[in-house]
Design a protein around this ligand. Structure first.
Ligand code: HEC
Length: 191
C-alpha cells in the first residue's frame, strides 16, 4: 500500500512539474504569468507612442525650470574669454591613474576620431574634413587655461559641435587633464 501511495505522489509531482515547465513562452504567444509582479512593468520604452501624455511621446523632457540633482548650470554661455580666465579646474594637476583613465576613455570615445590619438589633429575622420581639426598639443592650446578647453568641450567652437551631452559635467575636467598629459608627452617627444 505504502509503495503504491509513493508512486502516486511521484506521478502527481511529476505532472505538476511538467505543467509548470511547459508554461514558457512559445513563439509569439505570451507567457503564462504565475507570479505577475515584474511582468507588467509600468515603465515606458523610449520613443514610443504614449496615450497618457498630451504630446503622445514616451520620451519625456525635464519639467521647465528644473535641473538634475548635482548639476551646476554653466554660467559662461558663449563667453570664451571669461571661461578661460575664471573657470578654475577643481582637479588641476591631478594626474592619478584613475583621473587619467577616465579622461582617456572619454577622449578616445569622443575626440580621438578628429583630434587624433595623441592630440595632433590627425584623427581618421579629422583628416577627411574640409576644415581639419587643430592640434590640441599646439603652443596655442598649451597656453590656454584649463577653463578654455573645458569651455570648448561644453559649448563647441566654430565647426566643432558641443560635447556637453556626450561627456557628463563631472568628467569634463578629467578630459582636460588627459589633454594636458598628451601635451606633456608631446613636449617630451619634441626635446
Ligand atoms: C567631428 C570632429 C571633431 C570632434 C569629434 C572634436 N573636435 Fe574639437 N575641433 C574640431 C574642429 C574642426 C575644430 C576647429 C573649429 C573651428 O575653430 O572652427 C576643433 C577645435 C577644438 C579646440 C580649439 C582648438 C583651437 O586651436 O582653437 C579644442 C580645444 C577642441 N576642439 C577640443 C576637442 C575635444 C576635447 C573633443 C572631444 C570632447 C573634440 N574637440 C572633439 C573637430 C572636432
Amino acid at each position: 500500500m505504502r509503495a503504491l501511495e509513493n508512486i502516486f505522489m511521484i506521478a502527481v509531482a511529476g505532472s505538476v512539474a511538467l505543467v509548470l515547465t511547459s508554461c514558457g513562452p512559445s513563439g509569439d504567444k505570451p507567457n503564462v504569468e504565475l507570479i505577475q509582479d515584474m511582468m507588467e512593468t509600468q515603465a515606458d520604452k523610449p520613443q514610443r507612442f504614449d496615450d497618457f501624455f498630451k504630446d503622445h511621446t514616451s520620451s519625456r523632457v525635464p519639467p521647465d525650470h528644473t535641473i538634475p540633482v548635482g548639476f551646476k548650470p554653466y554660467k559662461y554661455g558663449v563667453n570664451f574669454d571669461a571661461a578661460n580666465k575664471e573657470n578654475k579646474n577643481p582637479m588641476a594637476g591631478d594626474v592619478s591613474v584613475e583621473t587619467l583613465m577616465v579622461g582617456q576613455k572619454f577622449y578616445e570615445t569622443n575626440c580621438m576620431v578628429c583630434h587624433g590619438m595623441s592630440g595632433k589633429g590627425d584623427g581618421v575622420v579629422g583628416t577627411k574634413m574640409a576644415k581639419t581639426p587643430p592640434s590640441l598639443v599646439s603652443d596655442k592650446i598649451k597656453g590656454w587655461n584649463d577653463g578654455g578647453i573645458f569651455h570648448v568641450i561644453t559649448m563647441g567652437q566654430g565647426t566643432m559641435g558641443p560635447y556637453a551631452s556626450h561627456i557628463p559635467q563631472q568628467y569634463r575636467w578629467q578630459v582636460v587633464n588627459y589633454i594636458r598629459q598628451l601635451q606633456k608627452q608631446d613636449t617630451k617627444a619634441g626635446q
